[in-house]
Design a protein around this ligand. Sequence first.
Ligand SMILES: C[S@@+](CC[C@H](N)C(=O)[O-])C[C@H]1O[C@@H](n2cnc3c(N)ncnc32)[C@H](O)[C@@H]1O
Length: 210
Amino acid sequence: MKYASQARSWTESAYADASTYLAHRADLVVTLGRQLVPGDEVLDLACGDGGLGEVFVARGFRYRGVDSTPEMVEAARQRLGERASVELGDLNDYVPPAPVAVTTVFRALYYTRDRRAFFEHVAAFTEKKLVFDLNPRQYRLEDVLADLRRAGFGQIVLRPFFMPQTIALPRPAAAIARKLERSGPLARLALRYRFTYLVAASPALETPTQ
Ligand SMILES: C[S@@+](CC[C@H](N)C(=O)[O-])C[C@H]1O[C@@H](n2cnc3c(N)ncnc32)[C@H](O)[C@@H]1O
């Protein structure tokens, strides 16, 4: 299996500066779109070895990781111990025991069998938002947004994510990268060639009928 042999050191090998990268990812999961608060439950589908979970439990969130590779699940359990729950499961079918505040899917959208059906599936148990990364050179943004809306995610916020995965930036450069994420046209230009969006999609708020 593709990921089995990488499970032991996934986070440390896949990210040049894992703590900066994952802290920034977690910041955006919390703040982009509908705000999360400590105590909220994060369901991380395709969680890998639970590197992101480490950040969330340290910040007082409840964390539930799910991955289909047994070696990743084992590595995540070793990393997180009693502080979180990690299960073997397929992101296409997994249903948590109770609704969660946020569902996240990072670097794994391509494992959905049917993207629209997946969004509908997640919408049934996600209270505040679904957050995932999206490569606009791989997927047509408009198609993904349309699938989200059809699944009932009426409030969608996008943010360019410019923290490089395989290069560790010195602190000042990392601060500039975070600033550039909010630079509008410049950011959109960069996304034509590199980097991804973070997408936060929340259920449409019901308007009271008079
Ligand atoms: C590129 S890694 C990303 C891991 C982690 N989310 C991250 O951002 O570092 C992809 C992960 O998806 C998992 N995976 C692949 N297909 C899956 C599926 N159908 N359901 C759940 N997890 C899956 C793999 O085992 C692997 O851990």
